[in-house]
Write a protein that binds this ligand. Sequence first.
Ligand code: PGA
Length: 260
Amino acid sequence: MKKIYLIANWKMQLNKSDSVRLAVEVCKSASATNSFCATADKNLEVVLCPSYVHLSNVARKIKNSGIKLGAQNAFYHDKGSYTGEVSPSQLKELEVDYVIIGHSERREYLNETDEDVNRKVKITLENNLVPIICVGETMQEKQDEKADIVIIKQINKALQDIELKDNQKLIIAYEPVWVIGTGKAVDPKEAEHAIEVIKYNLMEHFSEEIIDKHISIVYGGSVNADNINDFLKIDLIEGALVGGASLSADKFIPIIKNIK
Ligand code: PGA
């Protein structure tokens, strides 16, 4: 049975009490239905990614629930005079297991480059955290028919000089930038094509065995309870990165429950 990752990217949308309340509701639903923890029959890994400042509070609420904690970013040094930054080892101390890296919003608003992404992936792996590397084309790149090239370049750079050791894992999130936050996901066939491109490209970096054992690919962009299975039924898609529909229990829990 394939393992499915459902990653909630709360961005900068929730305050402390909303974050804690939502974490509690997700946990309650988990224990009520017993339908999503690593050991349950769905083999579903739910990852909540609150803002940095709410990580500890959410960590306390999800302890022993089977639900995992993720951060939305990490810096590419582990220690030093970098005012305002947060290192992977500091995140590890907060019981974080996953880190979103290179989200299109960070690339667009914070000038995050492919080089930054590569450095962050390296140090995240060194700290035994799982990087969730976001790649995807903009509307302009799609119209210029450059989507495949853009994705290949992002992957090549992100994975430059990366080797995966036995206990390390990484996730690639294909997120077409032009559907993020629009409420309208891409046609699953289009996502399948992009993910095939990603998979072929991964073979330039790793053996098939390493890819199978250590790398998962998820789709992100306007995923909701109605369309989640359209994506998950595609063999190559092993989960979803969810923004808007992860921000409230009444939208997020139905996604979890609908997963077939
Ligand atoms: P969305 O966001 O689900 O609101 O489209 C996804 C993301 O930005 O990761």
